[in-house]
Structure formats: structure tokens, C-alpha cells
Design a protein around this ligand. Structure first.
Ligand SMILES: Nc1ncnc2c1ncn2[C@@H]1O[C@H](COP(=O)(O)OP(=O)(O)O)[C@@H](O)[C@H]1O
Ligand SMILES: O=P(O)(O)OC[C@H](O)CO
Length: 490
């Protein structure tokens, strides 16, 4: 009986899913772990919490399974989050600095003033921003006592979460990462497939502390910590794994994942497309040495706006209720909410923007606020979609595939199709992140169909067709554009 284990180490929880040979999920375990906020704008994780929740969820998902049945393990992970550990002891020198952490803003400004933005964009496809690992790693080396010297002496190793987990799972035998995670460090030349020496030199990062970069499906060592000997055969950052899990293997295919935030990736095939609309260029996946690129747009607040309705405003007691309220909203009221709680992501990248609600009248109530909250997610996706179409004509024929917790809301998915003026497809298996990691591992182990077969097996739960008339669509998009213009800080 073939089984494939997927570890999905996310920002707020670690999950493990066991799949059968037909890539159907058969067991799942999940554990949350603490978010640490030592200063405003700083976000850290305890590496031991990342490790212990990963190990215990993996063991729980494997409960009752003979280790010999597990053909392969795939790892997918929160991206950019940065760890440095001691090569000899495996002990991290500091908490992990999480992707959301903004502490290296000043260093990014210095780099911009020195003219590095063009090199960063051209080589790494990214924007010069604290989001990515490079400046977080430099901060650790600058701040932790003795770290620079220890790094120079070859005693410290850097890794994103995948790399750290591989090191721990293989008990210090493998210091590896995959091309998609490397692509998020801001140190990796995504076209040439090499670490960028000039950026490392500027930031004082010894090349020897960086992991070796492999294809997403390949040999990442073996672990004996899960009850038997299990080969690690697949690795990808979580948004890239979702792109794979959605079988977006053809240029022009696009997926959008709606969790706390939202991340949209558009497959651009072998083309490195340089965005003129502040989207990121990244590696979608690298298989058999061939790189497939993507354009990526990130929205910071998607499902989080529903959490805010529930925990902040206490308008609802469960996320599901947001839809019931939205359906009851007065269609005559043009209430628009811009959820710029922590600034706005792509394509605006305005860290100083803050949220606002427009169009309130005496008649506005919880229903109109709930509708505005859900609709804000659709409006933001429209902005990413429009930017992608401007950047790359191949996006014109795209049908959007969606996944993540918020896609349970039919109302939101319908509004999304309406505002895009294009169909939105929701798959049967919505655990696409873990599915992508499982497919990569199974592919390397030769126990699952190749990309074409896997794409054929992808099955639709529901297609949302646009039904809003064009005048209404234009009216609503104009309201949103006006609202965004009014919250931007510059
Ligand atoms: N029925 C629903 N309607 C609207 N939002 C929902 C619904 N169910 C879940 N959500 C939102 O989806 C998010 C959880 O999705 P998930 O994919 O588990 O996210 P993450 O991996 O970021 O924790 C939460 O922010 C929640 O508010
Ligand atoms: O862990 P998630 O699902 O919040 O995803 C985080 C992203 O990978 C950050 O870039």
C-alpha cells in the first residue's frame, strides 16, 4: 500500500497530511504554535516550536501506518522565514525571523540608496523589501554576539524553514533547499540558478553557510525519526506547492490561495517576466533541471478580514456567518472597506497605508460591513489579476483556480468571478499545498502520475461564472479605485 506523507509547516500552524497512492488525503494532524512579537513590527517563531509541532503532527498522521508503506515525504513551508543554526550542535542562534517581520526596513533603505534595487530585481526577481530572507540573515549576523566570526569560520548554517527541517530530519546530514525557497531569499539568481556573490558580499554573508539548491522533486536525504526509514523526495515553498497542487503546469494558468492573506501565482512558463506593475518574479517550480517561472502578487489581508469581523468587531461568531450577512446587505448602499491593516501589498506596496471604510450612512449595519469585508478580498484579487494581464499578455485567457480556507465562502467566490468578469474554479481537494508537496515527493519516487496525468486527475468542485452586468462591475471597481487612492500614503 503506497502512502505519501506531506509536511506543511505554515506561519501559524504545522500540519501533516498522509495521502494514499491515488493522492487522496487519508489522515491529517495540525498543531498551532505561538507567534512572538518582541517589538512593534517584529515577528518571530521559536525554532524548537516549529520543530516539535512538525515532528508530532507527522508522527500523528502516520499513526497506525507501517513506515515501509511510506514511499516518500514531501515538505512545504512558510517561505522567507530565516533561521541560523550551529553546524555542530544543530542549535539555532536566535529565534526564526518570520516573513512578516519589518525590522530590516532601514537596511533595505540603505541598499536602495546604494543602487542595489536594479540588481535585486534583475537577478532575484524580487523587490528590495524586508519581506525576504537576505536582510533578516544579515541582521542576525550583525546582532547576535560572535555570529559574524562564527559564520566566517564555517560554524553557522543558514536556512529557510524547509532547510532547517531537512537538517533536523536527517540529523545533520543534509544542508539542502529547493529552487523555490532559494528564490525567496533575495540572494539567489533565479535565471542562472546560483547564489549571487555580490549580494552576499555586500551583506557579509559567507557563501559556505548557504544550503545547496536542488530541484523540487529529488533527493533530500532520508529520515529515520518517524518510525522507519523514509526518503525525503519533494520540497517547495507553500505558495509554489499550491500552484503544483492546483496542477497549474501550463503557461497562463493561475492560482490564488485564500488563507490569512492571499497569494496569487501565474505560470509564465520558461519566461522570466519582469513586472512593470510591482509584482514579483519567482520560480514556480524546477523539475529535471528546467525552471518554470511565475509572476506573484501577495495580499496581506484576506481571511484576516473575516477574523477581524469576528474577533475585532464581534459582528459574527463564526467565519461562515459572514456570508449570510453579506447576502442580506442592501444592494443600494455602496459601502467599501479597504483592509490596509498593515499597509497594502501588491501592486501598491505601501507599508504606511491604513484601512478605511467609505460610504457609511445612517442605514449602514453589520450586513453592509460584512459584504464590504468579503468584497475587499475580491477587489484586491482583481488588482493583482489586472496587473498580471498588463505585465504578460499570456494571462488573458486565464481561468483562476482558488484554494484555502476562505474559498469555503460561495458568496466571496461568486463576487470574485463577477469582479474579474471571468470564471473562478474551486477544486474538490482544497488541501492543495500539501497535495503539491505530496505530488513532488511521489513524482521523485516514481509512484504517482507525471504532470500530465496529475493535471488530468485534478477535479472541479464548482465553477463560478460571472453574472454581474458590465455597468455594475465598472461602477464597483471605480468605487474601489477611489477608496484605495484615498488610503495610499503617497
Ligand atoms: N466560510 C468562510 N467564509 C469566509 N472566510 C472563511 C471561511 N472559512 C474560513 N475562512 C477564513 O479562512 C482563513 C483560514 O484559512 P486557512 O487556509 O486555514 O488559512 P491559514 O493557512 O493562513 O491559517 C481564516 O482567516 C478564516 O477567517
Ligand atoms: O504560511 P502561510 O500559508 O501564511 O504562507 C506564508 C507565505 O509563504 C509567505 O510568503
Amino acid at each position: 500500500m503506497t502512502r505519501i506523507l506531506a509536511i506543511d509547516q505554515g506561519t501559524t500552524s504545522s500540519r501533516a497530511l498522509l495521502f494514499d497512492g491515488g493522492l487522496r488525503p487519508i489522515a491529517v494532524a495540525q498543531e498551532e504554535f505561538p507567534q512572538l512579537f518582541p517589538h512593534p513590527g517584529w515577528v518571530e517563531h521559536d525554532p524548537e516550536a516549529i520543530w516539535s509541532t512538525t515532528l508530532s503532527t507527522a508522527r500523528r498522521a502516520l499513526d497506525g501506518v507501517r513506515p515501509g508503506d511510506v514511499a516518500a515525504l514531501g515538505i512545504t513551508n512558510q517561505r522567507e522565514t530565516t533561521l541560523v543554526w550551529d553546524r555542530a550542535t544543530g542549535r539555532p542562534i536566535h529565534n526564526a525571523i518570520v516573513w512578516q517581520d519589518r525590522r530590516t526596513g532601514p537596511l533595505c533603505e540603505d541598499l536602495a540608496a546604494e543602487g542595489w534595487a536594479e540588481t535585486v530585481a534583475e537577478a532575484t526577481g524580487l523587490l528590495l523589501d524586508p519581506y525576504f530572507s537576505a536582510t533578516k540573515l544579515a541582521w542576525l549576523l550583525d546582532t547576535v554576539e560572535g555570529a559574524r566570526d562564527a559564520a566566517r569560520a564555517g560554524r553557522l548554517l543558514f536556512g529557510t524553514v524547509d532547510s532547517f527541517l531537512i537538517w533536523r530530519l536527517t540529523e545533520g546530514r543534509c544542508h539542502l533547499t529547493d529552487a523555490t525557497n532559494a528564490a525567496r531569499t533575495m540572494l539567489y539568481d533565479i535565471r542562472r540558478g546560483v547564489w549571487r556573490e555580490d549580494l552576499c558580499e555586500r551583506l557579509g554573508i559567507p557563501l559556505a553557510m548557504l544550503p545547496e539548491v536542488r530541484d523540487c522533486a529529488g533527493d533530500f536525504g532520508v529520515t529515520t525519526l518517524l518510525g522507519g526509514t523514509i526518503p525525503i523526495r519533494g520540497v517547495a515553498g507553500d505558495q509554489q506547492a499550491a500552484t503544483i497542487g492546483q496542477a497549474c503546469f501550463e503557461p497562463g494558468m493561475m492560482k490564488s490561495t485564500y488563507g490569512t492573506g492571499c497569494f496569487a501565482l501565474l505560470n509564465t512558463g520558461p519566461d522570466f517576466v519582469r513586472s512593470t506593475n510591482r509584482l514579483l518574479t519567482t520560480i514556480a517550480y524546477r523539475l529535471d533541471g528546467r525552471t518554470t517561472f511565475a509572476l506573484e502578487g501577495s495580499i496581506f489581508v484576506a481571511g484576516a478580514v473575516v477574523q477581524w469581523l469576528r474577533d475585532g468587531l464581534r459582528l459574527i461568531d463564526r467565519a461562515e456567518t459572514s456570508q449570510t450577512l453579506a447576502e442580506a446587505a442592501d444592494p443600494e448602499q455602496d459601502v467599501v472597506l479597504v483592509p490596509a491593516f498593515t499597509g497594502l501589498g501588491a501592486p501598491y506596496w505601501d507599508a504606511e497605508a491604513r484601512g478605511a471604510i467609505f460610504g457609511l450612512t445612517r442605514a449602514t449595519g453589520p450586513a453592509e460591513l460584512a459584504r464590504a469585508a468579503l468584497e475587499s478580498v475580491a477587489f484586491q484579487t482583481h488588482d493583482l489579476w489586472a496587473a498580471m494581464r498588463r505585465d504578460w499578455p499570456g494571462a488573458a485567457r486565464t481561468v483562476l483556480r482558488v484554494d484555502g480556507g476562505m474559498t469555503a465562502s460561495d458568496w466571496t467566490m461568486q463576487r470574485l468571478a463577477d469582479l474579474l468578469g471571468a470564471p473562478v474554479d474551486r477544486p474538490v481537494v482544497r488541501e492543495t499545498t500539501a497535495l503539491g508537496a505530496a505530488w513532488l515527493a511521489g513524482h521523485a519516487a516514481g509512484v504517482v502520475p507525471g504532470p500530465e496525468g496529475f493535471a488530468r486527475d485534478w477535479s472541479l468542485d464548482r465553477r463560478f461564472e460571472p453574472t454581474m452586468d458590465e455597468a455594475q462591475r465598472r461602477h464597483r471597481l471605480a468605487l474601489w479605485d477611489d477608496a484605495v487612492r484615498r488610503v495610499l500614503s503617497r
